[in-house]
Design a protein around this ligand. Structure first.
Ligand code: MV4
Length: 445
C-alpha cells in the first residue's frame, strides 16, 4: 500500500480523499492555489504545497507543477478527484512515466472513452445497447442527410470530443439537417479543436440513469447499482438518488450486466460510471462512460456500504476489490451551490458569515466550507453535498427535507431554498420526472 498520496484537487472532494487516506493510514499532500490558502484541504492534510496563482490552468490544471510537487514530497500516487485533470489521459501517462501511480484507470482506458464516437463503436462491438445512430463519425452533409433519413427524425448531432452535454444539437427535420450539421461541426472545431461529430436518434423525455462500476488490476469488475441523475439544469446535476424510482430489479440486472460488458470491453480498472439514457418505454441505451470518481458517488456508498474512494486507492495499489455488494435502503443527494436561484443561478461568491450544517439519523454532509470561509470566484460553485439515507425513499426524502430546513448558510446565496421546493414537488415526490423536469417547471412558473 502507498505511504503517501498527493491530492490534485480542492474543495469537498480533496477532503473526501484525505479522509479515505486517514482511514488507510496513508499520508497526504495537499496542493493549493494562491486563492485557496485558507482552505480546509490545506489544513487537514499532512503536507501542503502552493502550486500557483488562482486560475485553474496555472494551478490545479498545471501538470508540471503537480508532478513536481509529488516528486518533492515523495508522494507515490496522485488522486485527481473529479474535474481538473481527472480525465486527462496525458496527465495519467505523465504520472506513469514519472513513476507515480495515477489513482484511476489507465491513460488508454481514459482515451478510449474520452472519444465519444470511438466509445460508441466499442459499445456496439461489445453488444452494449446504444441509441440507433451512426457507427462512427460523419464527414459531410450528404452522409449526415442519408444517415438521419435512415435513423429517423428527430436526430441529435454530438461532438466526438464532447461529452457531458457539450457540443450537441438537435435536428427536427430534413429542412434543418444541413444547417444543424454545419453548426455542430463548427462548434466542435472551435470548442474541442476536433470537428468530428456523430449522429443518434433523439430520445424524447429520457431519464439519466448511470451505473457505478469498480474494477481492479486482476480482472475483477463489479457494479454497485444505479443512480438516477435526471434532476439537472443545463447539464449540471442538482439531485441524485439511488435506487432510481424508475428501475425494476429486472432492469437493474440488465443495466448492470450492460455496464459490466462496457467495462470489460476496455479491461476497465478503478472506479467508473456508465451513463445510460432510459426512454419512456423502459428501454435503455449507453450514452458515455465517465472514467473518474463522480460528485454523486456518496449515494452509492450509502446504499452499498462500500467506501468508493478507499476502493479506488486499493485498486490502484494492486489490491483485489470485494465481490458485488447488496443494496439496502435509499439515498438522495442534494448539491448545495453558491448560486442565486432567483437570478438564473448566477454564481454568488463571497464570505460565508454564518454556517450551520444539519445532522441527525441518516444525514451525511460532505463540505469544505465553514463560517468565515470566502468562496473564491475562480472555481465551480459547489459548497457541499447533503446526502440523506433512509430505509425507504419516503424516509430519505423526509430526512433530506428536514436537513435542508436546518441548513444555515449566510453571506452568499445558495440553492438550498430551491432544493426544498423541488423536494416538495408532487411529481418529484411520486418519482415521476425526466431530464426536462426543471425546464418544464420553470416555464410553468
Ligand atoms: C441524448 C439525449 C437524447 N437523445 N442523446 C446530454 C448529456 C450527454 N451525456 C448526452 N445528453 C443527451 N443525449 C440522445 N440520443 C438527451 C441528452 C440530454 C440529457 C441527458 C442526460 C441528462 C440531461 C440531459 C439534458 C438534455 C439532453
Amino acid at each position: 500500500m502507498f505511504k503517501k498520496i498527493l491530492i490534485a484537487n480542492r474543495g469537498e472532494i480533496a477532503l473526501r480523499v484525505i479522509r479515505a487516506c486517514r482511514e488507510l493510514g496513508i499520508g497526504t499532500v495537499a496542493v493549493y492555489s494562491e486563492a485557496d490558502r485558507d482552505s480546509l484541504h490545506v489544513r487537514f492534510s499532512d503536507e501542503d504545497i502552493c502550486i500557483g496563482p488562482a486560475a485553474g490552468r496555472e494551478s490545479y490544471l498545471n501538470i508540471p507543477r503537480i508532478v513536481a510537487a509529488a516528486e518533492i514530497t515523495g508522494a507515490e500516487a496522485i488522486h485527481p478527484g473529479y474535474g481538473f485533470l481527472a480525465e486527462n489521459a496525458e496527465f495519467a501517462e505523465i504520472c506513469d512515466r514519472s513513476g507515480i501511480v495515477f489513482i484511476g484507470p489507465t491513460a488508454d482506458q481514459i482515451r478510449r472513452m474520452g472519444d465519444k464516437a470511438e466509445a460508441r463503436r466499442t459499445m456496439i462491438e461489445a453488444g452494449v445497447p446504444v441509441v440507433p445512430g451512426t457507427t462512427g463519425a460523419v464527414d459531410d452533409v450528404a452522409e449526415a442527410r442519408a444517415e438521419a433519413e435512415r435513423i429517423g427524425y428527430p436526430v441529435i448531432i454530438k461532438a466526438a470530443a464532447g461529452g457531458g452535454g457539450k457540443g450537441m444539437r438537435v435536428a427536427e427535420s430534413p429542412e434543418v439537417i444541413e444547417s444543424t450539421f454545419t453548426m455542430a461541426r463548427n462548434e466542435a472545431a472551435a470548442a474541442f479543436n476536433d470537428a468530428r461529430v456523430y449522429i443518434e436518434r433523439f430520445v424524447q423525455r429520457p431519464r439519466h440513469v448511470e451505473i457505478q462500476v469498480l474494477g481492479d488490476q486482476h480482472g475483477n469488475l463489479i457494479h454497485l447499482g444505479e443512480r438516477d441523475c435526471s434532476i439537472q439544469r443545463r447539464h449540471q446535476k442538482l439531485i441524485e438518488e439511488s435506487p432510481s424510482p424508475a428501475i425494476t430489479p429486472e432492469m437493474r440486472k440488465a443495466m448492470g450486466d450492460a455496464a459490466i460488458l462496457a467495462g470489460r470491453a476496455i479491461d476497465y480498472s478503478n472506479a467508473g460510471t456508465v451513463e445510460f439514457l432510459l426512454d419512456v418505454t423502459g428501454e435503455f441505451y449507453f450514452m458515455e462512460m465517465n472514467t473518474r470518481i463522480q460528485v454523486e458517488h456518496p449515494v452509492t456508498e450509502m446504499v452499498t456500504g462500500v467506501d468508493l474512494v478507499k476502493e479506488q486507492i486499493r485498486s490502484a495499489a494492486g489490491e483485489k476489490i470485494a465481490g458485488p455488494p447488496t443494496l439496502t435502503g435509499h439515498a438522495i443527494e442534494c448539491r448545495i451551490n453558491a448560486e442565486d436561484p432567483e437570478h438564473d443561478f448566477r454564481p454568488s461568491p463571497g464570505k460565508i458569515t454564518a454556517f450551520h450544517a444539519p445532522g441527525g439519523p441518516g444525514i451525511r454532509i460532505d463540505t469544505h466550507v465553514y463560517a468565515g470561509y470566502s468562496v473564491p470566484p475562480y472555481y465551480d460553485s459547489l459548497l457541499g453535498k447533503l446526502i440523506a439515507y433512509g430505509s425507504t425513499r419516503d424516509e430519505a426524502l423526509g430526512r433530506a427535507y428536514q436537513a435542508l430546513e436546518e441548513f444555515i448558510i449566510e453571506g452568499v446565496k445558495t440553492t438550498v431554498p430551491f432544493l426544498r421546493e423541488v423536494l416538495k414537488h408532487p411529481d418529484f415526490v411520486a418519482g415521476e420526472f425526466d431530464t426536462h423536469f426543471l425546464e418544464r417547471w420553470r416555464q410553468a412558473g
